[in-house]
Design a protein around this ligand. Structure first.
Ligand code: AP5
Length: 209
């Protein structure tokens, strides 16, 4: 299965993507996580991406395409859950081209819908384990005691940057819902304001899993 998770920053794509990857047995391709890894490792790509990410802008399509291409010919050769990618119509077309090379196509899109104020509240409470990439929330999904000391807050989770990321999302990424509908791909909308387990249950139900 090739599945795209769409939704604003903080809608819960990473959280749901990790649960779905485990349930469906396909890897999650999260370009944000891959870019943050490159930043942590101090690679040239990471150095280029850091400033752009901290400002809440989109990294260039070419950089991201290179990252995804590599995964599609390795661990994701038989299917993937795309989280945070594609981010604009050009990236969606590149992905269609890449998948088409091996006779694959996007099977379904899940659009996780959450209102802006809830998103800003979520981001301020988000914490990530830098060793495993697991995402927590100080209230809704607190980190267990053994990792509580090492979890960190993301640089781009300050309220001002989050609001800018929401604008970037509205301009660049939100049009993908119509793009996929017009391409005849099933687009399932879920209410991402529910508790994490309820969102997961609704997604699995919509996918018939
Ligand atoms: P990226 O890492 O993709 O960030 P994003 O899309 O902005 O999404 P987030 O990771 O912030 O949120 P999420 O929807 O995954 O929510 P989460 O599950 O964490 O991108 C970061 C940057 O990288 C971009 O700004 C850009 O610069 C660059 N980039 C990445 N991909 C790119 C691309 N393709 N092209 C160009 N540039 C790219 O949940 C958020 C919080 O809420 C967590 O604390 C979680 O525990 C909590 N939570 C989740 N669900 C619920 C719930 N149902 N109820 C209560 N709390 C919940």
């Amino acid at each position: 299965m090739d599945l795209v998770l769409l939704g604003a920053p903080g809608a819960g794509k990473g959280t749901q993507g990790a649960l779905l990857a485990e349930k469906l047995g396909v890897p999650k391709i999260a370009t944000g996580d891959m870019l943050r890894d490159a930043v942590r490792q101090g690679t040239e790509l990471g150095r280029k991406a850091k400033q752009v990410m901290d400002a809440g802008q989109l990294v260039s399509d070419d950089i991201v395409l290179g990252l995804v291409r590599e995964r599609l010919s390795s661990d994701a050769a038989r299917g993937a859950i795309f989280d945070g990618y594609p981010r604009n119509v050009a990236q969606a077309r590149s992905l269609e081209g890449l998948l088409g090379e091996t006779g694959r196509r996007i099977d379904a899109v899940v659009y996780i819908d959450v209102d802006d104020d809830a998103i800003v509240r979520r981001m301020s409470g988000r914490r990530t384990d830098p060793d495993t990439g697991v995402v927590y929330h100080v209230e809704h999904n607190p980190p267990p005691a053994e990792v509580a000391d090492r979890v960190v807050q993301r640089e781009d989770d300050r309220e001002e940057t989050v609001r800018h990321r929401l604008e970037v999302y509205r301009q660049n990424t939100a049009p993908l819902v119509d793009h996929y509908r017009q391409a005849g791909v099933p687009v399932h909308t879920v209410d991402g304001g529910q508790p994490i387990d309820a969102v997961q249950g609704e997604i699995l139900g919509l996918l018939g899993k």
